[in-house]
Design a protein around this ligand. Structure first.
Ligand SMILES: Cc1ncc(COP(=O)(O)O)c(C=O)c1O
Length: 397
């Protein structure tokens, strides 16, 4: 029986969000690749490295030993211990196993944290440019997004002053993603501390998306979790996806106050349940073995970043801030808007795909109109080929 015409099919909740823009571009690029078109693909935000062998081996062993059943919803104690121990060793935090939940990717950690914290009408502060999913996840929960503009002249760096100016008595949470997707900006340790202290003193939660924390290029790496005296109002959201080249495995976590972590586990118990059991074993291997693979990948990303920035210098009109982490560049394309049919960043991304066979993501997806995002987690050859194609296309505009 079809529903009565007056009855709507979909909930208001689902109509408040959009399909992830990066996923839409990836789908279009996949179609073109399937047609045999050679693309220079800077679209998807994922490492081009294979998952290190010792991590794969741990998953294979887990399967062979029949470690294939349901586990505790929040993850086996061993994986949660591996997470809190790694975090303590690297950042001086002091989380317990009960203050940790293992999730099916970092995105689910973020989704569940927002669902358990944000009610209708609550304000959530979100720095711009932002990773695509933050806005939709907040809106799905019924929250109101309060945008905070960063300045391109200041390398898109967010400061405590900017955050303070956006706080109202309805502010429930602040999202900080450092290093940032898409700009690669890193919040300075001083501003991070000031934001955490400010939030703690006002009873506001800081959701720290540290999915790129190990891909910081500025020297000393700081986690919000290091500020143990503010821990009551901090939720650290982590992921193994980028750190260990494990995007497809879906391994993430949250560290935070027990009340929040228990609520997230409760929500998880009614949705995904535990993350795949063999992924938990692979994650233990990733977190407890030598971290040399992480250092090697980080060094490669720095080389690739420098290569793409050098390439951009050969494109008149294109300017770009120097990212301090993650693996994205966010060049300003203002000089090309209004030329030919290219009115917007989305137009430019579409033209680059159809005419130059280069995949980029338009800035509108991240809250700015005059940029495109390129992931440089690709080979040096793809960088050279892609930069050349972009240069040729833009020179003809
Ligand atoms: C800022 C940020 N947070 C979280 C994620 C989610 O990562 P995953 O769900 O693969 O762990 C991503 C992935 O692109 C990201 O860029």
């Amino acid at each position: 029986m079809s529903p009565e015409p007056s009855k709507k099919i979909l909930s208001d909740r689902i109509n408040r969000i959009e399909v992830s823009a990066t996923m839409a571009i990836t789908a279009e690029a996949l179609k073109m690749k399937a047609q045999g078109i050679d693309l220079a693909d800077f679209g998807a935000g994922e490492p081009h490295f294979a998952t290190p062998q010792h991590i794969k081996d741990a998953a294979i062993t887990a399967i062979e030993k029949n470690f294939t059943r349901y586990t505790a919803v929040a993850g086996v104690p061993e994986v949660r211990k591996a997470i809190v121990d790694r975090h303590a060793a690297d950042f001086g935090s002091n989380y317990t196993v009960e203050e940790c939940v293992f999730t099916t990717g970092g995105k689910l950690a973020l989704f569940n944290a927002i669902q358990v914290l944000v009610d209708h009408g609550d304000e959530v502060i979100l720095p711009v440019p932002y990773w695509v999913s933050f806005k939709d996840i907040i809106q799905y929960a019924g929250g109101k997004v309060v945008y905070v503009q960063s300045s391109e002249n200041e390398n898109f760096r967010i400061t405590a002053k900017m955050i303070e100016a956006a706080i109202t008595n309805k502010t429930k949470a602040i999202i900080l993603n450092t290093p940032s997707n898409p700009s690669g900006a890193v919040v300075s340790p001083e501003d991070l501390e000031a934001i955490l202290r400010l939030a703690h003193s006002r009873g506001i939660y800081v959701l720290l998306d540290e999915c790129y924390v190990y891909l910081t290029f500025t020297g000393k790496v700081v986690s919000g979790g290091s500020f143990t005296d503010c821990k009551e109002h901090i939720v650290v959201l982590g992921s193994l996806s980028k750190t260990y080249a494990m995007t497809g495995w879906r391994a993430g976590f949250a560290l935070g106050p027990k009340t929040i972590i228990s609520a997230m586990s409760k929500l998880q118990s009614q949705s995904t349940s535990n993350t795949a059991s063999m992924v938990q074993q692979a994650s233990i291997a990733a977190l407890t073995a030598s971290q040399d693979c992480v250092a090697t990948m980080r060094a490669d990303y720095i080389t690739l970043r420098d290569r793409i920035l050098e390439g951009f210098k050969t494109i008149p009109g294109l300017t770009c801030t120097v990212p301090e982490g993650a693996f994205y560049v966010y060049p300003n394309i203002k000089a090309f808007l209004g030329r030919g049919e290219v009115k917007t960043a989305s137009d430019l991304a579409a033209k680059l795909l159809s005419e130059a066979h280069v995949v980029v993501v338009p800035g509108e997806a991240f809250g700015t109109d005059e940029h495109i995002r390129l992931s440089y987690a690709v080979s040096a050859d793809v960088i050279d080929k892609g930069v050349q194609r972009i240069r040729e296309y833009l020179s003809k505009l």
